[in-house]
Design a protein around this ligand. Sequence first.
Ligand code: SF4
Length: 284
Amino acid sequence: MTNIETSIDKTVKFNFSEGYSSVLIPLNDKKTLCLSSQIGCPMKCGFCISGKRTFERNLTLDELKEQLTEAIKYLKLIDIKSKENKNEKNYLAENITSIVFMGMGEPLLNLKTVLEFCDYVNEFYGYSYSKILISTSGIISKMEEVINNPNKIQLAISLHSTNQQVRDKMMPASNCHKISELIKTCNYYNEKYRQKIMIEYLMIKGLNDSDEDLQGILDLNLAKRTNFNLIPLNGSFELEGKIYESSTKETMSHFRNELMKAGYKCFTRTSMGADIEAACGMIK
Ligand code: SF4
């Protein structure tokens, strides 16, 4: 049984009875499908509601497929054909611009199944691997596995701070990964891929949005055209007894302008589906 909620901004959330959700996000006339990979998340990032829930298990391949099937049914894509039928248009790619593993869970902790799913959508729907993106909190050995995979699946990494102490507090389960090692892995991706890695940076007022923080990002010396995705914090987040909120629009624009001036691609993510708890970091 799937329960469907629709946001005032037309974002759609599919809630599956086993306890996970997927989200269909409208982008003009195209859509992004955001999938969950686990029930709960063992990474327990402090700012994320999914991480507050007890980790139960990895999702199975059938459960990943079910998230796609529900979106296909919702969009009424009755004409989808497998790639054996070369004369038919690829209706899936025309209607779902990208499939991203950014929902509940750390996809790299369920990598074998996630990769099997990528093979399935490629083989069955002719959906290009390069339109699939796996977003990780930064598990280096698994990132390397994705980079070394012959099918060029995109990677995004949640950086959120270039200050090791601050990052370790925000993402306690990631504290075994040093920022310098993560950046080496990003550089490895950038050398192997035509399109550069996506760096996600959650912007939190007074925690990671100062000019010093901006300089810290510039000092990483990532390859030009690396993609930065600046994300406003949804709601608030408590760290060591202090309540933090999102950076202001002005600060976010300042970061964006400076990163673009330095030769990077940068966009600020609009918070979609907040009223139905479908926005980034809000999936329970
Ligand atoms: S941000 Fe991602 S990795 Fe961190 S707890 Fe939430 S779902 Fe897990």
